[in-house]
Design a protein around this ligand. Structure first.
Ligand SMILES: N[C@@H](CCC(=O)N[C@@H](CS)C(=O)NCC(=O)O)C(=O)O
Length: 197
């Protein structure tokens, strides 16, 4: 397996975390998230020219972090068998891509990495939307230990990736007790790795 990767990207981290938990080895090839001049290396692999992009052992490419999670996790303990629970996993993964990643990851990128971030009012508006996504996550966790079926799935991996580094974008998680406890439960899972590993 070959992963076009970045050590700071939460989307890439999702893939590395799952593969570590599945005990799968992966070769990592690092691309910059700031300087896009090396992106054409992805030309025939991912039409979006984005990372993560995975090349399977038979040479077929696969992109979109959550599609990669599904591909590797389906059939494992990290994706339920029950049709309703499988759809609930997808519910949270679509929420992650529509509401959570475009706000929390974008603000973190602008604050911590971007060479030319947008004006402060643009960042603040996006941060407000990020807090609405965190409100949703807090309500969704409620009293259950994990997002779906009471156990750790790729829905938790998808949402954990940018939630646990939200502070780098200036988000405070203090008023989210359920999220705080859930983050600790995710870290306690077997074979967990950090984004910096
Ligand atoms: N929806 C995609 C988003 C991928 C994405 O935004 N990747 C970023 C790094 S986290 C990237 O490649 N940014 C540079 C660019 O868009 O050129 C996924 O989940 O994989």
């Amino acid at each position: 397996l070959l992963l076009y990767d970045s050590p700071v990207s939460g989307n890439c981290y999702k893939v590395r975390l799952l593969l570590a938990q599945l005990g799968r080895e992966v070769e990592r090839r690092e691309l910059s998230v700031v300087d896009r001049s090396d992106r054409m290396v992805l030309g025939r692999l991912n039409p979006a020219l984005r990372i993560p992009t995975m090349v399977l052992d038979d040479g077929r490419p696969l992109a979109e972090s959550n599609a990669i999670l599904w591909y590797f996790a389906d059939g494992s303990e990290y994706v339920p068998q029950d049709p309703y629970e499988r759809a609930k996993v997808l519910q949270w993964m679509f929420f992650e891509q529509c509401d959570h990643e475009p706000t929390i990851a974008a603000v973190r990128f602008w604050v911590a990495f971007a060479a030319t971030p947008p004006p402060a009012e643009v960042i603040e508006a996006r941060r407000a939307a990020g807090y609405r996504a965190l409100d949703t996550l807090e309500r969704g966790l409620g009293r259950s230990p994990f997002l779906v079926a009471g156990r750790y799935t790729i829905a938790d991996i998808a949402l954990y990736a940018y939630t646990h580094v939200a502070g780098e974008g200036g988000f405070s998680l203090e008023r989210y007790p359920a999220i705080g406890e859930w983050l600790a439960r995710v870290v306690a899972q077997p074979r967990h790795i950090a984004i910096s590993d």
